[in-house]
Every structure is written in C-alpha cells, then in structure tokens.
Design a protein around this ligand. Structure first.
Ligand code: HH2
Length: 277
C-alpha cells in the first residue's frame, strides 16, 4: 500500500521519494541561504525549486542552528507571512517550519498545509493549533533547545529514545484529533545529537519507518557531513545528495534539502535502477 499524507487540500502520495525544498526567510540560517524580507528572491527561489522538481516548500522564519536564540512570534510572522502569501498562487504545498502555536495558526490561515515542528508538538497549544485545522504535521525529535542542544548530548540508545518520543507524540496528536494520515515523523538530525548519534539514527532509520508513518530526513549541508568530508557548509552538495539517497535507502519517504535539482537528479537515477520499491 502506498503511504500518503493528507495536507489540507493536498494529498501527497509516496509512490516515489518526495523532495521538500527549504526556503529560509531568515537573516542567519546556518547554511547562509537565508533571504529575510526579500519576497522577490523568495518567489524566484520557489519557482526554481518547483521547476527543479520540489514536491513541497518549507518556509522558516527562525534559524534553529546550534546556539541560536528564539525570535519573538510577531517577528517570525513578519518574516514568513508575506512569503506564504506570495507563494500561495504557485499551487505547491507549503510547509511552515515553526514550533510556536500562534505562528502555526496564522501560517495555516495564510495557506500553509503542513506544520513542520522541530519541537515535536511540545509547546503548549501546538497540538491544538494543528488539530483545529486540516493541515498535516511533521513531528521532529530534538533533545534540549537550539541554544543548548549541542552541549554534550547523551542517550542510552539514540534510536530507541528518538522512536519512543516520536511515537508518543504521534499518539498524543491522534488523541487530540489529528488523523494518522496527517502525521509524518522526523528523527531530527543535528538537533541534540553528536555525529555518532546522527550516523546511528541514519543506519537505524528503517526501524522508525517500520511504524507506518512517513519519515522525513533532513541532513542537507549539516555539520555531520562537514565532519565526514572536511568540507565547509558552502561545499557540501555532493555529501548532502548522498545523505538524501542514504536516508531514502533506509526508509525515508521525504527529504528536506537546500539543493533540489541535484537531489532530484540523483533520485531519478536511483529510481530507474530499481532502488526505490
Ligand atoms: N533542520 C533544520 C530546520 N528545520 N525541520 C525538520 N523537520 N527536519 C530537519 O532536519 C530540520 C528542520 C535546520 O536546517 P535549516 O533550516 O537549513 O537551518 P536554520 O535552522 O539555520 O535556518
């Protein structure tokens, strides 16, 4: 049976791996791709991503790189709402990357149909904000907060702990009225994890995918790839594409990427070789 995700007026079917293109409406994202307050550039980037084969666009107004401070909800809204409004006519599913219920609600009202929550629906009111809509949700695992998460993260068994958390949050979401076919899970590569934790999660991704929820993987340009290759963030496209393919091989149905064209090309070759069944 083909997995699917109901995102408001869109129904995403995973008969092939889907690609989420990242639009960072921020001044300070870790990979240097932030385009805060430049709507024309956001629209141009979105059009290019769609032409390159993106299935969904993820719009974020708060950098969550290690050590970053949260931004106030009204500032985040000032960054993301004009972008959502400008991209809505492009008729591609839009995701809002936020953990704040007020941003979720306003973004959904403006046209977002997926809530991508790095905080895993833990903020008070977050579950209710999604439940009150017909949007889908991506529940991500993070240990700690972006300010502190890379200060000596520890796990007994990283795969088991991440999976337990995600299944518990997915259960709570369903109890609040969010149907199972509106839920996607993400282990949160780089969020409160050492390089070894990230690699253990990548190798163990099949176990998480085996629970029946679509899994999203976001390794694009992340520091674990810098550590593996010795390359700076500006020079990690090849490693990011390989990481996307590796996560698909391990069961991810969607990859969150900065480099849509390169990722799509690689997936196309991967598919004709019969590597995605
Ligand atoms: N990673 C980032 C942000 N949001 N959401 C999900 N579901 N999964 C991820 O792995 C993930 C995410 C960090 O990447 P980016 O948005 O490029 O950086 P920044 O937070 O600095 O804007």
């Amino acid at each position: 049976m083909t997995a699917l995700l109901n995102c408001g007026r869109y129904r995403l079917t995973f008969d092939r791996p889907l690609v989420m293109g990242i639009i960072n409406a921020t001044p300070d994202s870790f990979s240097g791709d932030g385009i805060a307050f430049d709507i024309e550039r956001a629209v141009a980037q979105a059009r290019q991503f769609i032409a390159d084969g993106a299935d969904i666009l993820d719009i974020g107004g708060e950098s969550t790189r290690p050590g970053s401070d949260p931004v106030a909800a009204d500032e985040e809204l000032r960054r993301v709402l004009p972008v959502i409004e400008a991209l809505r006519p492009l008729d591609v599913p839009l995701s809002i990357d936020t953990w704040k219920p007020e941003v979720m609600r306003a973004a959904i009202a403006a046209g977002a149909t997926l809530v991508n929550d790095i905080n895993g629906l833990r903020a008070p009111g977050a579950v209710e904000a999604v439940a009150a809509s017909d949007a889908a949700v991506c529940i991500m695992h993070m240990q700690g907060t972006p300010q502190t998460m890379q200060q000596d993260p520890r796990y007994r068994d990283v795969c088991a702990e991440v999976t337990d958390f995600l299944l518990q949050q997915a259960g709570a979401a369903q109890a609040a009225g969010i149907a199972r076919d509106r839920i996607m899970l993400d282990p949160g590569f780089g969020f409160g994890k050492t390089s070894q934790h990230n690699l253990d999660l990548l190798k163990g991704l099949h176990a998480l995918a085996g629970h029946g929820y679509p899994v999203l993987a976001g390794l694009s340009r992340k520091s674990v790839l810098g550590r593996l290759t010795g390359r700076p963030v500006t020079d990690r496209v090849a490693a990011s594409v390989a990481a996307a393919l590796a996560s698909i091989a391990r069961g991810a149905l969607m990859v969150r990427v900065h480099d849509v064209a390169a990722t799509r090309d690689a997936i196309a070759v991967w598919q004709v070789a019969g590597l995605f069944e």
